[in-house]
Every structure is written in structure tokens, then in C-alpha cells.
Design a protein around this ligand. Structure first.
Ligand code: ADP
Ligand code: NA
Length: 332
């Protein structure tokens, strides 16, 4: 019986996308606002599993913190901090490297996707990343982890690590954290290829919508989004086999708070030429205030650093006793 506690994180590996917003940050805010204890991290140690220019990393870390706040996370109601400032993450990560099994890591599909054909050149950190992610979650004994669909396998690995630790040492020390994957847009797809995830860290895909895009850019990107020539179907089932259409309808549903069925009822039989401007208006209405607030916040980097520093102190106060307890269990 662990206290209900939410943990999640995002890598400062580039500008946040509409996918990160709908799949993650918007959900983070809902959980904060529901009154649960919430801890949200800028996972900079994860970002360096692939090359990061140091100055860009420093900027992206502040920008992600600004995005969190601009989207509605409140540093007085959630703990907001960056991972590298709380050393318990890295230390528990090592302990978990000795709990996780090679066979488990070999099954991680994201490593295969990110490492590509030349896996020999990937960093050891990219391979071990899910074990560090387990430490991120479990050093707070967090019970719930809101994530997009692509992170489900990693949260399941965190459960496996917690379970093996508990079993091997004959304790109930760590909770088995649950992934929370809810809402209409748990996997927002690329606007130029409905079979690929929209990602901030794919440099080749310029079709993605970023939180820092202005209204014109958002409208242009939605207008250019790939679609098939058919009009919108008259039932949700009619979206099967039409990944681009399904993606745009899902984005509309997530932005408007309506169900996909309601969106279909509203636009059944209409052409995408009519649907896209409505979608663009909705996206601009939601994102414009966030963009403006982010740029205000970025004008005062010292204040962002202060907020992250304060968050790190509060995070460390929770993490360090949990780490100390795990070490004690292990015989240190
Ligand atoms: P990215 O893959 O864009 O580099 P991260 O790996 O830092 O982003 O993931 C941050 C969070 O955003 C995770 O919870 C992830 O599941 C979620 N997320 C990332 N891309 C998408 C997407 N296209 N649709 C929905 N959620 C997403
Ligand atoms: Na991801």
C-alpha cells in the first residue's frame, strides 16, 4: 500500500511537439489539477544518450521547464526539476542495471528504432535508458506514470525491475508502477506520414507542430498535412485503414475534449479542405497562449533556474531516503 504518487518526465532533446503536449503534458496538468501528488522532471540525463550540444542542452532544459509552466504546471503544486540535479536518479539507475536482465533490455523496441541499423555505434546509455527510467520513477516510489503509448514498454520494464528487486531481496520495497495512457491522442502521428510517430527528436521531419510555432506556421502545417482523397467517414470504424484521417480526427478530439465519435458526427461526409481549417483554428486557440507565456518565461532564465533549483531540493528530499533504504536492503 503505497501512497498515490505520479511521476513523469520529458527529454530536453528539442522543441516540444503537439504529440508531447497531447500525449503527455496536457495529461500531467490534469493530474496535478485533480489534487494527486505530482512530480515532473526534465530528464536531461536521458537526452545525452544521443549527442547534445552543451549550449543547446542548457537552453532546451530551460525551454522545457518554461513549457511545463506555460502549459499549466504550477511549481507550487507539482515538483518541477531537472534530473541531473538530483543524483539519486543516476545512483539508483546503476543499482537497477544490476537488477535488469540483458534479455529484457534486448526486447526494447525503442532502442532498436533509435539505434537503427548501426547499433554498434549507439551509446551504452541509449541501451540502458529504460533502467534509468525505472530509477526515475522508483526513487519516488511513484505509483502512476502518465505517458504516451510509445513509453508503455519502458514503464512495464520498470514494473519488472521493481518486481525482481522485491523478489530477490524478499521485500515489498518498491511499488509496481502503472502506466497511465489515456485520452484521444496517446500516439500522435507525423503529419507527413501517418505510420510514424510525431517526434521532437527526428531531425528529418519538419512537418511536426511545435509549441513555439506561431499561428500562421501551425495553420500552414495542418493545411499541408497528408490525407487520402476520401471525405471524412460517417462512423469511427470508417477511420480504420486511413491512418492520416484517423490522426487528424484524434488530434481534433484531444484538443476539443470531444470523443472521436462526436467529431465524426460533426464532420461526416465533409472534405479535409473544410476540416483542416477548423482543426487549425482549434490548435491555434489552444497553443497561442502557451507560446506567448513560454516566451515571457524565457525572458527571465534566472527565474527558471531558481524554480528548477527549488524543485530539485524538494525532489532530493523525497528521493534520497528511498535510495538509502534500497542500498540498505542490498547490503551497503
Ligand atoms: P520524443 O519522443 O518526442 O523525443 P520523449 O521521448 O521525451 O519525446 O517523450 C516525452 C513524452 O511524450 C512521453 O510520455 C511520450 O510517450 C510522449 N510522446 C512523445 N511523442 C508522442 C506522440 N507523438 N504522441 C503522444 N505522446 C507522445
Ligand atoms: Na519518446
Amino acid at each position: 500500500s503505497f501512497k498515490h504518487r505520479v511521476f513523469s518526465g520529458i527529454q530536453p532533446s528539442g522543441n516540444l511537439t503537439l504529440g508531447n503536449y497531447l500525449g503527455a503534458v496536457k495529461r500531467f496538468v490534469e493530474m496535478q489539477d485533480s489534487g494527486i501528488e505530482t512530480i515532473y522532471c526534465v530528464v536531461d540525463l536521458h537526452a545525452i544518450t544521443v549527442w547534445q550540444d552543451p549550449e543547446k542542452l542548457r537552453h532546451a532544459t530551460r525551454e522545457l521547464a518554461a513549457a511545463y509552466i506555460a502549459c499549466g504546471l504550477d511549481p507550487t503544486r507539482s515538483i518541477l526539476f531537472n534530473q541531473s540535479q538530483v543524483s539519486a536518479h543516476a545512483e539508483l539507475g546503476w543499482l537497477f542495471n544490476c537488477v535488469a536482465r540483458l534479455g529484457w533490455m534486448n526486447r526494447m523496441t525503442q532502442f532498436k528504432d533509435k539505434a537503427g541499423k548501426n547499433a554498434e555505434k549507439a551509446s551504452l546509455g541509449l541501451y540502458a535508458y529504460p533502467s534509468l527510467m525505472a530509477a526515475d520513477i522508483l526513487t519516488y516510489q511513484a505509483t502512476h506514470v502518465p505517458v504516451g503509448e510509445d513509453q508503455k514498454q519502458h514503464v512495464e520494464l520498470a514494473r519488472d525491475i521493481a518486481g525482481k528487486f522485491n523478489h530477490d531481496y524478499g521485500t515489498e520495497y518498491f511499488p509496481l508502477p502503472e502506466p497511465i495512457i489515456e485520452g484521444a491522442a496517446t500516439r500522435v502521428m507525423s503529419l507527413r506520414d501517418g505510420t510514424k510517430k510525431m517526434s521532437k527528436s527526428d531531425p528529418s521531419d519538419l512537418s511536426r507542430i511545435n509549441l513555439t510555432d506561431d499561428a500562421d506556421t501551425i495553420a500552414k502545417k495542418i493545411k499541408k498535412a497528408k490525407t487520402d482523397p476520401e471525405p471524412l467517414p460517417d462512423s469511427v470504424d470508417g477511420l480504420d485503414g486511413r491512418p492520416e484521417a484517423k490522426n487528424l480526427v484524434s488530434i481534433y478530439a484531444a484538443l476539443s475534449g470531444k470523443s472521436k465519435a462526436d467529431v465524426i458526427a460533426e464532420f461526416a461526409g465533409q472534405q479535409f479542405g473544410a476540416f483542416k481549417p477548423a482543426l487549425a483554428d482549434l490548435a491555434v486557440a489552444e497553443l497561442s497562449p502557451i507560446t506567448a507565456r513560454m516566451s515571457d518565461l524565457m525572458a527571465d532564465p534566472a527565474e527558471i533556474d531558481r524554480i528548477l533549483g527549488d524543485g530539485a531540493d524538494r525532489a532530493a528530499a523525497l528521493a534520497e531516503p528511498v535510495l538509502a533504504g534500497a542500498k540498505d536492503v542490498m547490503g551497503f
